[in-house]
Design a protein around this ligand. Structure first.
Ligand code: FAD
Ligand code: SF4
Length: 507
């Protein structure tokens, strides 16, 4: 009895549900590099290289343990370029009794998979992805009957359910959340740990050559590729973070600094999302560091909340609300995404810095994505579909289940508030407080109108003014509307004109 076991490029975990009962003598593990997945958005070349190299390393490790692996390369003869086409060919090659696969991370791919049984004439078993701490069914049960979803409620539930950072029935340290301690700008003289990364080996070098040839026109630099591509390398990166970054992660997780792309962040999201690490083992390592005295509670809790809270929560929302979720557009935003997102060419130092860093590293940390490129897209009313495509393309860790709720929901509030209670709209003041960008910018962050006024400021008021009907009654925004109401008519008109003039130059 032969089972064909398909392993996708973001399922590189030896204990993934599709492989748990692998019979090395009888079964075939199928892994396929397909053009459809490499091109449905113009992915950053480093992201494509990461996935292909990690897949090839994973296949080699399986073969080393004696498994039969049928590996189809991107440039392999007869490659049809799609999952469906490649599973079809493999079924004809191996004549399996059934196909086994773990559920994918994208709604679109799951729709294809559900059609395979009928199309290919062979039983197809789609197993749950048990790498997450909250299954799709558990999230659905949590969501049932709730009028609104809030991450903080979900997170507390997850803490209680898993016992992570708990002291009996109470949260460790007497509070669920230490965020108030986690909003410090970077003090002068404090430097971040060096990130050397991993030297490409022969497998990675071969992949880099392929990507350089096939995807040369995509946004993003391939030079300086240094992501971990094996489980061991991913653990080394995690260890480096726990030893050198974690202690300061809490304090400076929202800070931004010129020329410092990584600060005290862990950089593990690409490894986590393709399966090289499991979320539970990352959390356990961080909790152990706290309990051994290696990290303060505000750092450990702040970090664990990102993984046990936000990561699980956004996945839950994605599967709960797709496919309608992606079609929502609560603010009716329809402005084409400005070219500067792809060129980095702008005098706005904050945007130039984050887009430039994204081009080089396929990485930006959370606050850069949320409060610089994200907030700007929100304020100018950029079309959610174009914004979503940009985020899905340019970051090495971008897979739709995690990217879409973050972009569409958290940043653009296009879901009308399903994921978060209010949009993260802010003036230039926030960026000035949390970074050194403004001090190095041609625009004056203290000015709202007139020559050289920071564009974020007038755009912020314009956004509030345009969406007053929807946002004015939001308890968390009423104070800012009171300030807007206190401006006299001339002042309001001058600010709105400033914003409109800027938007004209932008298009
Ligand atoms: P750290 O700051 O060290 O955080 C630790 C881990 O927590 C991350 O590795 C990640 O797994 C998890 N995490 C933190 N915040 C979130 C979050 N909001 N949602 C889910 N997981 C989170 N993350 C992705 O993995 N893929 C994406 O495509 C993605 N797109 C984003 C788009 C926008 C607009 C925003 C605002 C955030 C997005 N995030 C995404 C979340 C977050 O920015 C990244 O997970 C983080 O920057 C990765 O870097 P790190 O590993 O150094 O994270
Ligand atoms: Fe960005 Fe405005 Fe600061 Fe310039 S002044 S870096 S545009 S926030």
């Amino acid at each position: 009895m032969t089972v064909l076991r398909l392993v996708l490029g973001d399922q590189l975990d030896r204990n993934i549900s599709s492989l748990t009962d692998l019979d090395r003598d009888a079964d075939v593990v199928l892994m396929v590099e397909v053009t459809d997945e490499a091109t449905y958005v113009p992915h950053h070349p480093k992201k494509i290289a990461l996935i292909l190299s990690a897949m090839r390393h994973f296949a080699a490790a399986l073969e080393e343990e004696g498994a039969r692996v049928d590996y189809v390369r991107l440039d392999g003869r007869g490659n049809t370029g799609s999952f469906t086409g490649e599973v079809d060919r493999a079924v004809k090659r191996h004549k399996p009794d059934r196909v086994v696969v773990t559920e994918p991370g994208e709604w679109r791919v799951e729709q294809d998979m559900k059609a395979w049984e009928e199309a290919l004439g062979v039983p197809v078993e789609i197993r749950p992805d048990d790498r997450f701490l909250c299954s799709r069914a558990e999230f659905a049960a949590w969501a049932e009957g709730r009028k609104m979803f809030r991450m903080e409620h979900f997170y507390r539930e997850m803490r209680k359910r898993t016992g992570i950072l708990m002291d009996g029935d109470e949260p460790e340290g007497g509070a669920w959340n230490f965020d108030k301690e986690n909003r410090k700008p970077l003090p002068k003289g404090l430097t971040a740990p060096e990130f050397d990364g991993v030297e490409p080996d022969a497998i990675t070098s071969e992949v880099l050559a392929l990507v350089a040839e096939r995807f040369a026109d995509n946004f993003g630099d391939l030079d300086g590729f240094r992501f971990p591509v094996t489980r061991e390398q991913a653990f080394d990166l995690l260890d480096r973070f726990v030893a050198q970054g974690l202690e300061r992660f809490g304090d400076y997780q929202d800070a931004m600094a010129l020329g410092e792309p990584f600060l005290f962040h862990s950089l593990i999201s690409p490894a986590l999302n393709i399966g090289l690490l499991r979320p539970r083992e990352v959390i356990e390592r961080v909790e152990a560091a706290y309990r051994d005295g290696g990290a303060p509670l505000n750092a450990a809790e702040g970090y664990i909340r990102q993984i046990l809270g936000w990561r699980e929560y956004v996945r839950g929302i994605y599967w709960h609300a797709m496919p309608d979720y992606a079609q929502t557009n609560a603010f009716g935003a329809d402005r084409p995404l400005p070219a500067l997102y792809w060129t980095g060419e702008t005098d706005m130092r904050c945007l130039a810095e984050v887009v430039g860093q994204t081009r080089r590293e396929a990485y930006a940390h959370h606050i850069q994505r949320l409060m610089v490129t994200g907030c700007f897209a929100l304020l100018i009313g950029a079309d959610p579909a174009e914004v979503n495509e940009w985020y899905l393309a340019v970051y090495a860790d971008a897979f739709e289940w995690v990217q879409l709720p973050n972009t569409h929901g958290m940043v653009l509030h296009a879901d009308g508030g399903m994921l978060g209670s209010k949009p993260y709209a802010a003036s230039g003041k926030y960026i000035d407080r949390m970074s050194d960008y403004c001090g190095n910018c041609r625009f004056d962050v203290k000015k709202t109108d007139g020559e050289n006024a920071c564009p974020f400021n007038a755009l912020y008021w314009r956004f509030l003014d345009r969406h007053a009907e929807r946002l004015r009654d939001n308890r968390r925004m009423s104070m800012i509307y009171r300030t807007w109401d206190r401006f006299d008519d001339d002042r309001r008109a001058a600010i709105l004109k400033q914003a409109d003039t800027f938007l004209e130059t932008l298009s």
